[in-house]
Design a protein around this ligand. Structure first.
Ligand SMILES: CC(C)[C@H](C(=O)O)[C@@H](O)C(=O)O
Ligand code: SF4
Length: 756
C-alpha cells in the first residue's frame, strides 16, 4: 500500500514532470559527486498562471529576446491592478494617457497591454468589468480550481490555496520560465498543519484568526513549509474567509497555504465563468472530493489552536507577527526574552511613534483603508458596512479621519453597488473608489503621508509600505469600520454587528460581449540547446562583508515600491535599502552601513536575523543588491521567493546557524574579508586562525551557478516530458484545457473575451 500522503504531497506528486536527480547531471565534474548535497529540485507542471503589470515586463522581454513563445495561453490570465487609479474611470474611457497620470505607472500598464497582444493572452484590462486584483479575479472567475498548481509573480498567490490548490508566488525570471515552458523547477517544502478547533467567538473574523496564527508561529514560523489549515473552525469558514487566511500564509513565512476543498468550495465555484461546466463539472467534483490529506499522513510540524482563544486583534509594530488583542496595550520591548526580537520591537515602536503600555484603543488614526487582496471582497465590504449600519443611520466617520473603500475587483464594486453598500459608506463619509491594490502598496498615487497612521485591512505593516514614513495597523474590515467611526483603534464587538462570514454564491452581473480573437491553444514546442552564459557563472567570491542585525528584513525594505515601476532591472543600486539610507521627510543621508567604507564595496551581506528577504516576490530586491555589488547573502533563513530570485540572478544565498552568522558578522565588523568556494561549499575567513565553515546548496542550482546554465533552456530540453505530461493531464483533468472548457471546445469561448 502507498504511504499516506498530505494534500500538498498529493498535488505535488501529481504534477511532477521530471525528477531531477543529482546523478543525471551529465555535465558535472567529479568533485561535485563527492560533495554532500541538499534536496534536488522537481520540474512541476503549472496549471494556472496569473500575470500583472509589475512583475511581468522583464519576463516578456526575456521571452522576446530568446525568440520564445508562450506555451499555454489557455492556462494564462493577465490583469492590471497595482498601478491602476482608483478615481473614476471616466465611463469607459480607454486611453491610458487620460486615465493614468503617472508616466511610470502608465508605462507598466501599457507594456502589459502590448505584451498580451503580442503573445495573444487573455487579459482583463482597465476598462474590463472583470478587472481587479489578480488574487481576487482568479477565484471570482473560476480560473482558480481545486487540485491545480497556480503561480503568479506575486507573493499573495497563496490566496488561491483556499481552494485546495498548490499556489505560490514566484519572481519575474520564474514568470518567464513558466511562460516559456508551463513548468517550474522547485524544491519541495515540508508539511505543516495548523488545526483550529472548537469555534470562533462572536465578532471574531478570519482576519483575526490569521493574525492570531502569525502571532503564534511568527513571521518566519512557516519558512520552508507549506501550511495546511484544518479543523472545525476552518471547515466552518466561507470561501472568502478561507482566502483571507491563505492569503496571509506568506506573512507567516510559508511557501503556500492550503485548505482541502469541500461542499463550500464547490458551491462557490459552481457556474463561475471559467469553472468546468456540465459533464466536466461532475467529473471535476468527483476528483476534487479525493483531495484531502490521508488520515495517517505525517506532517513535519503540527500546530493546534483553540478557536475560543482567538479574539479581535490588531498589529502594533512593523511585522505582521506584532499582534495584540484590540483590548490590549502596546507591549514593552523588555518583555521579549529574545534579544533580536527585543531590538526589532524597539525599532518598530520608534517607527510607529508608540509608547509601551498605551491602550491600543487609545491610539488615534488619520486614515482608514478598506480593501486589498486580503480583505477587498464582497463579504469584507458587507462586514464593514454592517458595523456602520449598526452604529445608526446618522453616524459618520470621526472628524479629520480620511476613510477609503477600494473594492478588490470591478465586479465586486458592481455587486456592492447593487446591494447599496456604497451608499452606506458614502453617507458615513467614506470615499468609494474603483478597484485595484491602491493604498495596500501605494504604487498608484493613493498613499499615506509620512507620520500618518492608518487602520488598514491589508496584509503588510512593513516600514514605508503605505508610503514612506507612514504607519500601518493591520486589522479586520469590521475593526477598520469601527475605527473610522471613533477615530481611535476600536473593538468592533461594541457595534455588535453581524460579522459572520457567509459563503458568496456567484451572481453574474456582468455579461461579456462575444468578440473573441482567434488564438492558438498551444504554442509549438521548441527543443533548445542548453546555453551557457559566462556572466552567469559563480565559483569563487572574495571580498568585504557587510553585517546587518535585523530580523525579518522584508523586500519592501530592500527596495521600496517606487522603484518597482522601472521596467529596467539595471541602475537599481541607489534604490537598495532606500528608506534605511534616507530620512523620509528631509531625504538626508542616514549613514547606513552600505554607505560607509569599507562596506560600500561589500560583495557579501550577512544577516544575523532570520527570514531575510521575506514578503513580496519583487525580483527587484535581488537586482538592486546585485547592482550594488552584493553577490552572496548569508543568513539563518531566507524568504523562499527571495532565495529563488537570488539564484536566478547568479547570486548565492547561504543558510547558516544563527551562531555562525553572528560570528561572521563580528568578523565583518573588524573588516575581515570572506571567501566563498561554491565547488567545495565552504566559506573561508581571510584570517589564519579560523576553520572554514561548510554549507549546503541545492544540487541543481549549484550546478547552474558553477556552469552558468540557462535554466529555461535546460527545461526546454525536456519538451518531450512536458508534452507527455500534458497528454496525461488532458486525460485526467480535461477541464483544465482551453481555459476551463476542455480542448474540444474552443479555447476562447464567448465568456472569455480578450479585452484589448
Ligand atoms: C508587486 C508584487 C511583486 C508584490 C508582491 O509580490 O507581493 C506586491 O503585490 C506586494 O504586495 O508587495
Ligand atoms: S498585497 Fe496588496 S499590492 Fe500585493 S497583490 Fe495584494 S492588494 Fe496588491
Amino acid at each position: 500500500m502507498d504511504a499516506p500522503q498530505t494534500l500538498y504531497d498529493k498535488i505535488w506528486n501529481a504534477h511532477i514532470v521530471y525528477k531531477q536527480t543529482f546523478s543525471q547531471h551529465a555535465m558535472l565534474n567529479d568533485s561535485l559527486y563527492r560533495t554532500p548535497q541538499k534536496n534536488d529540485l522537481d520540474l512541476i507542471y503549472v496549471d494556472r498562471h496569473l500575470l500583472h503589470e509589475v512583475s511581468s515586463p522583464p519576463a516578456f522581454s526575456g521571452l522576446r529576446a530568446a525568440g520564445r513563445s508562450v506555451r499555454r495561453p489557455d492556462c494564462t490570465l493577465a490583469t492590471v491592478d497595482h498601478n491602476v487609479p482608483t478615481s473614476p474611470r471616466n465611463g469607459g474611457e480607454h486611453d491610458l494617457e487620460v486615465l493614468i497620470a503617472d508616466p511610470e505607472s502608465r508605462a507598466q500598464c501599457s507594456t502589459l497591454e502590448d505584451n498580451v497582444k503580442e503573445f495573444s493572452l487573455p487579459f482583463f484590462g482597465l476598462h474590463d468589468k472583470r478587472q481587479g486584483i489578480v488574487h481576487v479575479i482568479g477565484p471570482e472567475q473560476g480560473f482558480t480550481l481545486p487540485g491545480i498548481t497556480c503561480v503568479c509573480g506575486d507573493s499573495h498567490t497563496s490566496t488561491h490555496g483556499a481552494f485546495g490548490a498548490l499556489a505560490f508566488g514566484i519572481g519575474s525570471t520564474e514568470v518567464e520560465h513558466v511562460l516559456a515552458t508551463q513548468t517550474l523547477l522547485q524544491r519541495k517544502s515540508k508539511n505543516m498543519r495548523i488545526s483550529v478547533d472548537g469555534e470562533l467567538g462572536v465578532g471574531v473574523t478570519s482576519k483575526d484568526l490569521i493574525l492570531h496564527i502569525i502571532g503564534v508561529i511568527g513571521a518566519s514560523g512557516g519558512n520552508g513549509y507549506v501550511i495546511e489549515y484544518a479543523g472545525s473552525v476552518i471547515r466552518g469558514l466561507s470561501m472568502e474567509a478561507r482566502m483571507s487566511v491563505c492569503n496571509m500564509s506568506i506573512e507567516a513565512g510559508a511557501r503556500a497555504g492550503m485548505i482541502a476543498p469541500d461542499d463550500i468550495t464547490f458551491a462557490y465555484l459552481k457556474n463561475r465563468p471559467l469553472a468546468p461546466q456540465g459533464d466536466y463539472w461532475e467529473r471535476a467534483v468527483e476528483f476534487w472530493r479525493t483531495l484531502r490529506s490521508d488520515i495517517d499522513a505525517k506532517f513535519d510540524v503540527e500546530v493546534n489552536i483553540h478557536g475560543i482563544d482567538v479574539v479581535p486583534c490588531v498589529t502594533w509594530g512593523t511585522s505582521p507577527q506584532d499582534v495584540v488583542p484590540i483590548t490590549g496595550v502596546v507591549p514593552d520591548p523588555a518583555c521579549f526574552a529574545d534579544q533580536a526580537r527585543r531590538q526589532a520591537a524597539e525599532r518598530s515602536l520608534h517607527y510607529m511613534g508608540l509608547i509601551p503600555g498605551t491602550a491600543m484603543q487609545d491610539i488615534k488614526v488619520d486614515n482608514v483603508f478598506i480593501g486589498s487582496c486580503t480583505n477587498g471582497r464582497i463579504e469584507d465590504l458587507r462586514a464593514a458596512a454592517n458595523v456602520i449600519r449598526s452604529a445608526g443611520p446618522s453616524t459618520v466617520v470621526s472628524s479629520g479621519v480620511q476613510c477609503v473603500v477600494v473594492p478588490g475587483s470591478t465586479s465586486i464594486r458592481l455587486q456592492a453597488e447593487s446591494e447599496g453598500l456604497h451608499t452606506v459608506f458614502r453617507r458615513a463619509g467614506f470615499q468609494w473608489r474603483e478597484s485595484g491594490c491602491s493604498m495596500c502598496i501605494a504604487m498608484n498615487g493613493d498613499q499615506l503621508e509620512a507620520g500618518k497612521r492608518c487602520a488598514s485591512t491589508t496584509n503588510r505593516n512593513f516600514e514605508g509600505r503605505q508610503g514612506a514614513g507612514g504607519r500601518t495597523h493591520l486589522m479586520s474590515p469590521a475593526m477598520a469600520a469601527a475605527t473610522a467611526l471613533r477615530g481611535t483603534l476600536t473593538d468592533p464587538r461594541q457595534y455588535q454587528s453581524q460579522t459572520t462570514e457567509t459563503n458568496v454564491e456567484f451572481e453574474d452581473n456582468i455579461k461579456s460581449p462575444a468578440t473573441i480573437p482567434e488564438l492558438p491553444a498551444m504554442a509549438p514546442a521548441i527543443s533548445q540547446q542548453v546555453q551557457k552564459k559566462e556572466s552567469k557563472i559563480f565559483r569563487i567570491l572574495q571580498g568585504i562583508a557587510a553585517p546587518m542585525y535585523l530580523e525579518n528584513t522584508d523586500t519592501d525594505m530592500i527596495i521600496p515600491k517606487q522603484f518597482l515601476k522601472r521596467i529596467d532591472r539595471q541602475g537599481l543600486a541607489d534604490a537598495l535599502f532606500f528608506n534605511l539610507r534616507h530620512d523620509s521627510k528631509t531625504g538626508a543621508s542616514l549613514d547606513f552601513i552600505l554607505d560607509r567604507p569599507p562596506y560600500n564595496k561589500a560583495v557579501f551581506l550577512i544577516s544575523t536575523g532570520k527570514n531575510f528577504g521575506c514578503g513580496s516576490s519583487r525580483e527587484n530586491a535581488a537586482w538592486s543588491l546585485e547592482d550594488f555589488g552584493i553577490r552572496c547573502l548569508i543568513a539563518p533563513s531566507f524568504g523562499d521567493i527571495f532565495r529563488n530570485n537570488c539564484f536566478q540572478n547568479c547570486m548565492l544565498p547561504i543558510e547558516l546557524s544563527v551562531e555562525e552568522c553572528r560570528s561572521l558578522a563580528a568578523d565583518a565588523e573588524l573588516g575581515i574579508e570572506l571567501k566563498v568556494d561554491l565547488e567545495k561549499q565552504e566559506i573561508i575567513r581571510m584570517t589564519p586562525s579560523q576553520n572554514p565553515i561548510k554549507f549546503l546548496t541545492d544540487a541543481f542550482r549549484r550546478q547552474c551557478l558553477l556552469e552558468g546554465f540557462d535554466e529555461i533552456g535546460t527545461t526546454m530540453q525536456l519538451v518531450h516530458d512536458i508534452t507527455a505530461f500534458e497528454e496525461k493531464r488532458t486525460q485526467m483533468w480535461p477541464w483544465l484545457d482551453g481555459m476551463g472548457r476542455g480542448r474540444k471546445v474552443q479555447p476562447y469561448s464567448d465568456e472569455i473575451r480578450m479585452d484589448w
